[in-house]
Structure formats: structure tokens, C-alpha cells
Design a protein around this ligand. Structure first.
Ligand code: KIV
Length: 285
């Protein structure tokens, strides 16, 4: 596979204290995890974004715990060494601390994850503290939190106004005090991300569309490679148009089969004349 060392929490904090930015990407399947492992990605998130990117829903709310576990297991098989985070789906942690701990534990026991992520600020601090007390590292998620998109007025930048920005900063502090080792800041202004990153002491900040000041960056894999047909978020950078490569290949396949150009001899298996004669004889008798 790869000669990488297993990424650990001390390893992540060492990179941060050495001033090296952390790399994080979403992943949902074995072959992609294999490539991410080879590329040396520090942190892989099995995001509940799989509801959109893999299952084709319009949002993340229909995703179930069993969906997440199945995909996290596949990702772990492809990437034994990245720091692997399981994303807690909608209503698997909101109802109670106990439910949060039990579902977080499933990611660790059934999918060999290293940590979990959940959305929300001070109101989720007791869930974060409970999960951390159970020995499970927790990443928080603030700013645009897709599970609350309805309450937030849609998929839009959060914290542009001073009052809302102050609330996000206070929420980050509450999550850190509850024991979160990291916080993902999605779609907050760069200056707000900078303030939170400067104030973080026992916690590192990962940004998504939140500017260059965070300790690390995350992107959604499908946005990076043109694999999500419905839209391309403004903050995503496209590193290659795999979607076009795949579509062109599929069109070529349809053409070649239709025009009887596929398969060619190298694409199928033959039988010796002798065996074939015996077969025909046995069918006559
Ligand atoms: O589910 C997900 O992929 C996320 C992203 C915003 C990183 O949480």
C-alpha cells in the first residue's frame, strides 16, 4: 500500500506547532481513499455530504448512521494511515448526550475511525464534552452548518455582521472548552476565521471557504474533480475535470459497442480448436 506512518492526534498538533498547514478532504469509498492515502492527505472526513455527492439527495438530512458506517469502513480499508473522521448525521447526536456517545462509539468500534465531527456551537457543548469523556476525539463544525441550513436561511456565508461573527467566535470558545480538538469553519469571512484561529489554544482550525488563516484547509472531493453535477460551490477549486473524462469515456463505450468496435481480441477469452471440437461432438451425441 503506502509506507506512510499512521497519523495521530500528537502528529497533527506537531504539524500545527511547526507551522505546517494541515490537508483534509472528504472521501466516501475505497478507491478514492486509496488515492488520498498515496497523496499523503493528513485528514480524511467521511462527510454526511455523501447524502448529496453519493446518494443524490438535495441535502444531508436523509443520511443515516448505517450509511455512514458502511462508507467509513470502505474508506478505512483504502486509507489505513490518514486521520479518519466520521461525520455524525442528522439527529444522531442532537436528541441527547447518551445518543451522541453511542453513535460516536459506532464510528470508532465498527469503522476504525479516529474521531467524529458534529455540527453546532455552545448548545452542543454537553454532547462534545460527553463524547470526549468517553475517549473519542471530537471536531466541531461552525459557520454554515448544513444540517441547520433551513434555520440559517440556506447555504450562505455566516458571520458577515459583527453580532453574528461574535456569536461564532463565542461558539468556537465553547467547543474548545468542552474539549473539541479541532473546529471546522465553513463559509465564514476570512477575518472571523483569523480571529478564531489566533485565539485557539488547545484546538486547531480547519477552514472551508473561510480564507488562508486557518491551521488547515478542507475541500469536498467531488467539487475538486467535477464529480457533482448539480452545482459547483464558489469556494471550491477544481483540480481536474474527472467528470468530463468519465463522460467522454462512457460516450466512447456506447459508440464502440453500437458500432461493433468493442470488444477486440484483447478484451475476451478464446477456446482451443481441440476443446471446441470435443465440445461440439459431445453436443451431437
Ligand atoms: O459533510 C461534509 O462533507 C462536511 C464538509 C462541509 C466538509 O462537513
Amino acid at each position: 500500500m503506502s509506507d506512510r506512518k499512521k497519523m495521530t492526534l500528537p502528529g497533527l498538533f506537531k504539524k500545527v506547532s511547526d507551522g505546517q498547514p494541515l490537508t483534509m478532504i472528504t472521501c466516501y469509498d475505497y478507491p478514492t481513499a486509496y488515492f488520498q492515502e498515496q497523496a499523503g492527505i493528513d485528514i480524511i472526513l467521511v462527510g454526511d455530504s455523501l447524502g448529496m455527492t453519493i446518494l443524490g439527495f438535495d441535502g444531508t438530512l436523509p443520511v443515516k448512521m448505517d450509511d455512514m458506517i458502511r462508507h467509513a469502513q470502505a474508506v478505512r480499508r483504502g486509507s489505513p494511515n490518514a486521520w479518519l473522521i466520521g461525520d455524525m448525521p442528522y439527529m444522531t447526536y442532537q436528541p441527547s448526550v447518551e445518543r451522541a456517545i453511542l453513535n460516536a462509539g459506532r464510528f470508532m468500534a465498527e469503522a476504525s475511525c479516529d474521531a467524529i465531527k458534529l455540527e453546532g456551537g455552545a448548545e452542543m457543548a454537553d454532547r462534545v464534552a460527553g463524547i470526549v469523556r468517553s475517549g473519542i476525539p471530537v471536531m466541531g463544525h461552525l459557520g454554515l452548518t448544513p444540517q441547520s441550513a433551513s434555520a440559517l436561511g440556506g447555504f450562505r456565508v455566516q458571520g458577515k455582521g459583527a453580532a453574528q461573527a461574535k456569536k461564532i467566535i463565542d461558539d468556537a470558545k465553547a467547543l474548545e472548552e468542552a474539549g473539541a480538538y479541532s473546529i471546522l469553519l465553513e463559509m465564514v469571512p476570512d477575518r472571523v476565521c483569523e480571529l478564531i484561529t489566533e485565539r485557539a489554544k488547545d484546538c486547531f482550525i480547519i477552514g472551508l471557504g473561510s480564507g488562508p488563516h486557518a491551521h488547515g484547509q478542507v475541500l469536498i472531493y467531488h467539487d475538486m474533480f467535477g464529480l457533482y453535477p448539480k452545482f459547483k460551490p464558489r469556494m471550491a477549486k477544481v483540480y481536474g475535470d474527472a467528470g468530463k473524462v468519465i463522460l467522454d469515456g462512457l460516450k466512447q463505450y456506447v459508440k464502440e459497442v453500437t458500432e461493433r468496435q468493442f470488444p477486440q481480441p484483447e478484451n475476451y477469452f478464446t477456446m482451443s480448436d481441440e476443446e471446441y471440437s470435443q465440445l461440439c461432438a459431445s453436443m451431437r451425441s
